[in-house]
Ligand binder design. Structure first.
Ligand SMILES: C[S@@+](CC[C@H](N)C(=O)[O-])C[C@H]1O[C@@H](n2cnc3c(N)ncnc32)[C@H](O)[C@@H]1O
Length: 232
C-alpha cells in the first residue's frame, strides 16, 4: 500500500489539474493560494465554481463535471493519494472543468475569496468526526459562516451524509444563521424523496461515493440537505 501511495503522489505531481500547495506558509504566515484566481488562472472561463470539500476519490467532482460541462468543479481533500483516482479518471476522460486541491478544510479561507463560489458539496466529509459537541464539524454554524463568505449571494450548500446527529444539528443550525433549508430528507433512497425532485438533481444524488457504498452495506440511511445562503 505504501508503495502504491508513493506512486499516486508522484503521479499527482505530473497532473496539470492537481494543486498541492505547501501548507506551512498558509498555516504560519496567513499566506493564500489561488484565492480569487481559480476561474482566471485555471478554468479560463467565467462559469460557476462548485467545490466539493472532503472529496475522497472525487466521485462527485468528476461525476458532476462530466454531466455539467458549463460549470467548474474543484475537489478538496487532505489526502492526495485518495483524489488521485478522480484526477486520473478526469484526465483520461479529457475533462477540463475539474481540478483537485490538497488542503485542510480548517484553512479553507486561504483558498477562496469572498463571493467566489456558487455551490459547496459536503459528501460524507468531516474533518472532526470525534468532535462530540459538534462545534467543529464541517456542517456546524462555525463552518457555515465561512461558506457564506466565500459563496455568492444565495449560494447553495449540499450536504449528503449518513450521520443522524449531524443531519439533525445542521437542520437546527442552518436557519439560525439566516440561511434557508430548501430541501431535506433523512432517507433519500427509500422515502420516495428522489421522485419529488428535479431530474438533474436526482441524477447527481444517485452517484454513490466509495464511503457511501460502505455505509449502505451496513444498512445506514442516507440523508440530504440543500441550504440556500442568505441574500447579500
Ligand atoms: C468519510 S471520507 C468521504 C470521502 C468522499 N466524499 C466519499 O463520500 O467517499 C472523508 C474525507 O474527508 C477527508 N478529510 C478529513 N479531514 C479533512 C480535513 N481536515 N481537510 C480536508 N479533508 C479532510 C478525508 O481525507 C476523506 O477523504
Amino acid at each position: 500500500m505504501a508503495k502504491d501511495k508513493l506512486k499516486r503522489w508522484a503521479e499527482n505531481k505530473t497532473f496539470p489539474h492537481v494543486f498541492e500547495p505547501n501548507l506551512m506558509p498558509i498555516i504560519r504566515e496567513n499566506a493564500t493560494f489561488m484565492k480569487g484566481l481559480w476561474r482566471e488562472e485555471f478554468y479560463k472561463n467565467n462559469n460557476p465554481l462548485v467545490v466539493e470539500l472532503g472529496c475522497g476519490k472525487g466521485e462527485y467532482a468528476v461525476g458532476q463535471a462530466e454531466r455539467n460541462l458549463d460549470k467548474n468543479y474543484l475537489g478538496v481533500d487532505v489526502k492526495g493519494h485518495r483524489f488521485h483516482k478522480g484526477a486520473k479518471e478526469s484526465l483520461e476522460m479529457g475533462l477540463t472543468n475539474v481540478a483537485f486541491l490538497r488542503a485542510r478544510i480548517e484553512f479553507i479561507d486561504a483558498f477562496f475569496a469572498d463571493n467566489e463560489l456558487d455551490e459547496i458539496w459536503l459528501t460524507f466529509s468531516d474533518p472532526m468526526p470525534n468532535d462530540h459537541d459538534g462545534n467543529r464539524r464541517i456542517t456546524s454554524g462555525f463552518y457555515m459562516k465561512r461558506y457564506e463568505r466565500m459563496l455568492k449571494s444565495e449560494g447553495i450548500v449540499h450536504i449528503k451524509h449518513d450521520n443522524p446527529a449531524l443531519y439533525e444539528r445542521a437542520l437546527r443550525e442552518i436557519p439560525l444563521m439566516g440561511a434557508e433549508i430548501v430541501l431535506h430528507d433523512d432517507n433519500i433512497y427509500e422515502s420516495g424523496f428522489l421522485e419529488t425532485i428535479d431530474e438533474k438533481l436526482k441524477d447527481v444524488l444517485e452517484i454513490r461515493t466509495f464511503y457511501e457504498q460502505m455505509w449502505l452495506k451496513e444498512g445506514r440511511k442516507i440523508k440530504y440537505i440543500q441550504a440556500r445562503m442568505p441574500k447579500k
